[in-house]
Design a protein. Structure first.
Length: 319
């Protein structure tokens, strides 16, 4: 494994801000694809850091025992927003800037933009496929899933099916995506899979293990890794089109008390939780599923305003 600092900037106090790329070089005279994984665009998303850590351990061990297994190149960028990571915040400190909303901008002399531009160019120069790992926000727990903008589904869905996620969510384009890393890579013909799993500021070991297993399967199936280890069976993900998702929202402000866990197959009318008023002692609303389907998003943060998202359900197809 070779490690390289792709970006470094001095800070007024403390060590410099650095972005590190770890590379496992191909041992084949005719290398196959170059695959890059990155995590930590948001500093409060820890699951991707743990996934990269586990992959680094596995790949370093494989390199020591059987370096010829590397038929392609693997790059891991384990923490691409170190300033936000050190404070455990979604945004870059001081600038209060979401680095995943700075891609695609031209000639802006602003440190977060300079950082994202350097990262983007390095990924383009060293990648034929990128996996961008995220966690959810403070409010919602997500099943392991890959989200794909509708216009990119043809090239991305076959790759996503190899990644051991529970769900592939194909969703419509929105203008807000145009400044994200995944969108801009795909626009520049570098396939980019955006993984979403868990919840911020937490690590779900089961979800992380699932994504690690899926990543290794992807690397084997596309010819980047070649090992004699028995292939682990990968679950077939549920493919959900834009009209196949139902959102459940709070009808009032209150506290949401969940009654089920994410991943449950719901029936129409099944109770998801209750919305209560803790001051008066009233139950404001019983939250019930409007359809049959897979509960892939569930609110973990109890405090709600009117209209707050409580759940997302991948609807079962009608018979």
């Amino acid at each position: 494994m070779q490690s390289q600092c792709i970006f470094s900037v001095k800070t007024p106090v403390g060590p410099p801000v650095e972005i590190i790329r770890h590379t496992f070089a191909s041992q084949s005279p005719q290398p196959t694809r170059r695959v890059s994984l990155l995590a930590g665009l948001h500093g409060d998303e820890f699951e991707g850091l743990n996934i990269c850590h586990r992959l680094l351990q596995i790949l370093k061990n494989l390199e020591e025992q059987n370096s010829s297994a590397f038929k392609g190149e693997i790059n891991i960028y384990p923490a691409v927003n170190p300033q936000a990571l050190e404070t455990g915040t979604r945004l870059w400190p001081f600038f209060a800037n979401d680095i995943n909303r700075t891609f695609g901008k031209k000639n802006i002399n602003f440190l977060p933009d300079e950082t994202s531009r350097t990262l983007f160019n390095d990924l383009k120069s060293n990648s034929d496929l990128v996996i961008d790992i995220h966690s959810s926000n403070l409010y919602l727990m997500e099943l392991p899933q890959i989200r794909i903008i509708k216009s990119f589904e043809k090239k991305l869905v076959p790759l996503a099916k190899l990644c051991n996620v529970d769900l592939i969510w194909v969703h419509p384009h929105a203008q807000v995506f145009e400044s994200t890393l995944g969108y801009n890579l795909n626009q520049d013909q570098i396939p980019a899979l955006v993984v979403e799993t868990g919840i911020c500021l937490r690590i779900n070991k089961h979800h992380c293990a699932q994504i690690v297993l899926g990543t290794l399967n992807l690397l084997r199936q596309i010819g980047v890794l070649e090992t004699d280890e028995p292939q682990v069976k990968i679950a077939e993900p549920r493919l959900v089109e834009p009209d196949g998702v139902t959102m459940v929202q709070a009808g009032d402000a209150g506290l949401f008390i969940k009654k089920v866990e994410v991943g449950k197959i719901l029936t129409t009318g099944e109770i998801i939780g209750t919305l209560i008023d803790p001051i008066s002692g009233q139950v404001l609303e019983e939250i019930r599923s409007p359809c049959c389907g897979l509960l892939f998003t569930l609110r973990e943060y109890p405090l709600t305003a009117k209209g707050s998202p409580l759940a997302r359900i991948a609807k079962e197809e009608s018979a």
